[in-house]
Every structure is written in structure tokens, then in C-alpha cells.
Design a protein around this ligand. Structure first.
Ligand code: NAI
Ligand code: PYR
Ligand code: MG
Length: 372
């Protein structure tokens, strides 16, 4: 198969869909790989590294999109990229369609077969292609929150861990999945007072077993969330209902009742955000203030640490990229129900239920649509 890797064009997005090592694996399996010039420059992977791995470096995104049978990216295609996609082509990347009606319409119109990293499920459950970036974003959320809590950045002027004789900051993590568990790890490590909420008691059991009395676990109810919001110095939004728009867990009134200078880091912003006052921001301008509460809502947090992130992402995606390239579509998804769960759009139809429901499309049952 001919696989194409364009340079990412989202704000401060330096990750790249394939590393030279991944290219080498694909080429060894008999595939052809086209890489847009300087696609990996942001992580120190230059054209020469890709050429040494067996890729052909091409001058433009247009050439990648027009010639590739499968486009492998990181972030959801931007409008200019959507317009270059075509029927019969596979797009393998993060999509986050439920909160993004414009991208969804453009993908439907293009006729492309779009497989979303974030809804692929693993043989033991979980979301193996979301997990590595959730590990990165969960860890970063505490760094970002600590930065925002500094007075010069509008925050309360608190050190997360306090010092001897002065209490640490109160950090509340809503959602104890991959992002949440990684946020908890960093916050505990920095000496904060940490409280984590989930509505899955098994997640809370795991965190309790790991941290014991160093954290508080709470079942996630409206009441518990409201009480935490007024007590917290830093709140991390880390919930997910796979594929669907994030549930809004704090209303504008509840945000306004928070301490002036408190910080909200809405990691779930890529699925629309879990606080009513959240809207997506960029690494160029990551924060804004609503009712004296600092909001950090960057939708591509791992893009800030692209070296760590690109390699972690490729470790997870490579087996799936190889399966799609070697078996083709639809054989690869017919052989792996977890990969089939990644299929969001195919030839103008929405094949992921939560996306269809959230955006008002008729849902096409994927096995039926593909005749499997
Ligand atoms: N902004 C960014 O750059 C990034 C954002 N993300 C996003 O972070 C979010 C979380 O991802 P993961 O941790 O991997 O998901 P996950 O599935 O591992 O964990 C989500 C957790 O939320 C819990 N949950 C659902 N509804 C809840 C509620 N009402 N109250 C409390 N907990 C609730 C679930 O039980 C689950 O444990 C996703 O939207 C993901 O796309 C991930 C990576 C980067
Ligand atoms: C998951 C996601 O949105 C990201 O890594 O940017
Ligand atoms: Mg206020």
C-alpha cells in the first residue's frame, strides 16, 4: 500500500504520524511511504532520516494527499486537509468528531474511510491508541495547572506542594481513567492534597490500592463535584464517554462560585470539554479567565512535548497501521473488532453511534454497511 504522512498544521503541533522507525517497518513489509518534507523536523527527524528508512520525501501536502491510499496523521484534519481527502482513501488519525460538526460534514462529503485513534479498542478493552496521549496529557495537566496557579499567570499564587508549615494546594481530578491516574501521580508526587472522583468504583479501587491514604477517592455525583469545586485550588477535567461529547460536570454558576484565582484544566476539551465555561484554546494562547477562574483548555496538549508524544503514539499505532496496510480495508477491520470500533466515517456514512447521535446523523451499522 502507498501510505502518506503530511506535516501537521494545527497550532504548535510538532508531532508526526510516523517515525522513521515506523517507516522502516512498513517498508520492510513491502509498503511505499511518502513523507511531506520536514514533517518530522519538529522532533529532530529530518528528511534524511526518513529517506534512510526507505521513505520518499515529497514537497507538498497536496502530493501526499493525492497519491496516498492511506493517510497517517496525528491531529484531526483541518478544513484545508479535509478538502484534499478522497473516496477510497483511508484516514488514520485522531478525529474527535462528536464536538466538531464542520469536520464531520467535510469527512462525510469527502467519501473517505476515517478510522479514529481515540475509539479503537484493545483486546483487553480500553482505548490503546488514546492511552499514550492521555498519559502525556494527564502528566502535563498538573504542570500546566501549577504554572497557571502562579500569581503572574493570574492564579491564586500557591505552590502545589506548599512548604513545611504551609498547607499544600487542593487538587481535584474528575475522572480517574488514564488522564486522571496520570494527573494523580504527578500531583501526589508534587505533594498536593489530592482528591479524585469517578463514577466507576473499580477505577477508584485501583487508585486507592496504589496511593492509600495519600489521596481521597470519591464517587462522582453532582453534589460531590459541586463541593470539590468550591474547595479546590486546581481542578482537572479528565472524564470520557468514548466517542461522545463530554458531559458538562460544572455549570457556569458553579465555576463562578470557585475561589478567585483557582484553575480549571479541561483535558476533556478535545471531546467538547466538561466545564460549561470551557472552549478550546491553543498553545499560543492557552488560557483565559471567566469569573476570576483561570481556564486552560488546550486541545492538543501532547503537541507541546512532541518528542515524547510521537514515539509513545507510534508504539501504540504501528501494529494497527501495519494491519491496515498489509490486509487493506475492510479485511483489517473484519479481522479485529477493536479496529472496527475505530471506524467513524465510511463513504459518506457515520459508523460510530455516539457521533451519529450527538450530531444528528443516521447511524450506519458498520458490519452491515461493509457487508461483513
Ligand atoms: N486535551 C488533550 O490534549 C488531550 C485530551 N485527552 C482527552 O482526555 C479525556 C480522558 O481520556 P482518558 O483518561 O484516556 O479516558 P478514560 O476512558 O481512560 O477515562 C475516563 C474516565 O472518566 C470517567 N467518567 C465518565 N463520566 C464521568 C463522570 N460523570 N464523573 C466522573 N468520572 C466520569 C470514566 O469512568 C473513566 O474512568 C478524553 O476526552 C481524551 O480524549 C486525551 C489526551 C490529550
Ligand atoms: C488525544 C489528543 O487529542 C491529542 O493527543 O492531541
Ligand atoms: Mg469566582
Amino acid at each position: 500500500m502507498r501510505i502518506g504522512v503530511p506535516k501537521e498544521i494545527k497550532n504548535h503541533e510538532y508531532r508526526v504520524g510516523l517515525t522513521p522507525a515506523s517507516v522502516r517497518e512498513l517498508v520492510a513489509h513491502g509498503h511505499e511511504v511518502l513523507v511531506e518534507t520536514r514533517a518530522g523536523a519538529g522532533i529532530g527527524c529530518e528528511n534524511a532520516h526518513y529517506e534512510a528508512a526507505g521513505a520518499t520525501v515529497v514537497d507538498s501536502a497536496e502530493e501526499v494527499f493525492s497519491r496516498a491510499q492511506m493517510v497517517v496523521k496525528v491531529k484531526e484534519p483541518q478544513p484545508a486537509e479535509c478538502k484534499m481527502l478522497h473516496e477510497g482513501q483511508i484516514l488514520f488519525t485522531y478525529l474527535h468528531l462528536a464536538p466538531d460538526p464542520i469536520q464531520t460534514r467535510l469527512l462525510v462529503e469527502s467519501g473517505v474511510t476515517a478510522i479514529a485513534y481515540e475509539t479503537v479498542t484493545g483486546p483487553r478493552g480500553g482505548l490503546p491508541l488514546l492511552a499514550p496521549m492521555s498519559e502525556v496529557a494527564g502528566r502535563m495537566s498538573i504542570q500546566a495547572g501549577a504554572h497557571c496557579l502562579e500569581k503572574a499567570h493570574g492564579g491564586l499564587g500557591m505552590l502545589l506542594g506548599g512548604v513545611p508549615g504551609v498547607a499544600p494546594a487542593h487538587v481535584t481530578v474528575i475522572g480517574g481513567g488514564v488522564v486522571g491516574a496520570n494527573a494523580v501521580r504527578m500531583a501526589v508526587g508534587m505533594g498536593a492534597h489530592v482528591c479524585v472522583l469517578d463514577r466507576d468504583v473499580d477505577r477508584l479501587r485501583l487508585l486507592d490500592a496504589e496511593y492509600g491514604s495519600r489521596i481521597t477517592t470519591l464517587y462522582s455525583t453532582r453534589e460531590a463535584i459541586e463541593q470539590q469545586a468550591v474547595a479546590a485550588d486546581l481542578v482537572i477535567g479528565a472524564v470520557l464517554v468514548p466517542g461522545a461529547s463530554a458531559p458538562k460536570l460544572l455549570s457556569a454558576e458553579q465555576v463562578s462560585a470557585m475561589k478567585p484565582g483557582a484553575v480549571l484544566v479541561d483535558v476533556a476539551i478535545d471531546q467538547g470539554g466538561c466545564f460549561a465555561t470551557s472552549h478550546p484554546t491553543t498553545h499560543d494562547d492557552p488560557t483565559y479567565v471567566v469569573d476570576s477562574v483561570i481556564h486552560y483548555c488546550v486541545a492538543n496538549m501532547p503537541g507541546a512535548v512532541p518528542r515524547t508524544s510521537t514515539f509513545a503514539l507510534n508504539n501504540a499505532t504501528l501494529p494497527y497501521t501495519l494491519a491496515l496496510a498489509s490486509k487493506g480495508f475492510p479485511r483489517a477491520v473484519a479481522d479485529d473488532a477493536g479496529l472496527l470500533a475505530g471506524l467513524n466515517v465510511h463513504r459518506g456514512r457515520i459508523t460510530y453511534r455516539a457521533v451519529a447521535d450527538d450530531l444528528g446523523y443516521d447511524w450506519a451499522e458498520p458490519l452491515e454497511l461493509l457487508g461483513l
